[in-house]
Design a protein around this ligand. Sequence first.
Ligand code: ZN
Length: 210
Amino acid sequence: MNILDPKLKFKTVLKNNNTHEYIIIHHALASKCTVDDIHRWHLERGFIGIGYHFFISKNGFIYKGRDINWQGGHCKEQLMNIKSVGICLEGCYEDYKDQTDKVVPETQFQALAELVKPLLTTYKIPVERVKRHHDFANYKLCPGNYFPWDRFIETLKGVGSMEDIKVIIGKKVVKGKLIGNRTYVPVTEIVDAFNRTVRWEADERAVYIE
Ligand SMILES: [Zn+2]
């Protein structure tokens, strides 16, 4: 993963007071914009500079925003500015003026997943703490009702951790995989352990346990 540094100039240097307990996803509410635009807009609002820690363009480029160890300026509710990493997507994924984007480009979606997964590992953040801005500020739709939130969370759960594990059935030890929070074991191994037989019906794409 490549994170581009636009070398933004902030009005002041903050303390390293971010506890990184949550990840909060936003959209820019602007169909076309750059990390420099957002930095400028936030300066105009009196912030020290861009309030997000990362910005992702529609074509999937990831930009560094505010230092990840500094408090953000993206979600004032529940002290989230000192507890979270704020990520903003270029785009307007809700009906807003004439800017509506009904589809999140796949390159941007994948770049977001690629950015979030290592953050979960680095800061030991459970997937349940990846939130929409809307989850804390329900008067906003951010990151927009057109953002495929459920698919995004599934993407985070499914990939990232595929770990070899042992599954012990009576005295038999079988090799399994832990993918997300689910355990996968070859069905034949389980069936053998219980002295049953397994039959594969290719036409039906079905497994029968008898
Ligand atoms: Zn937001």
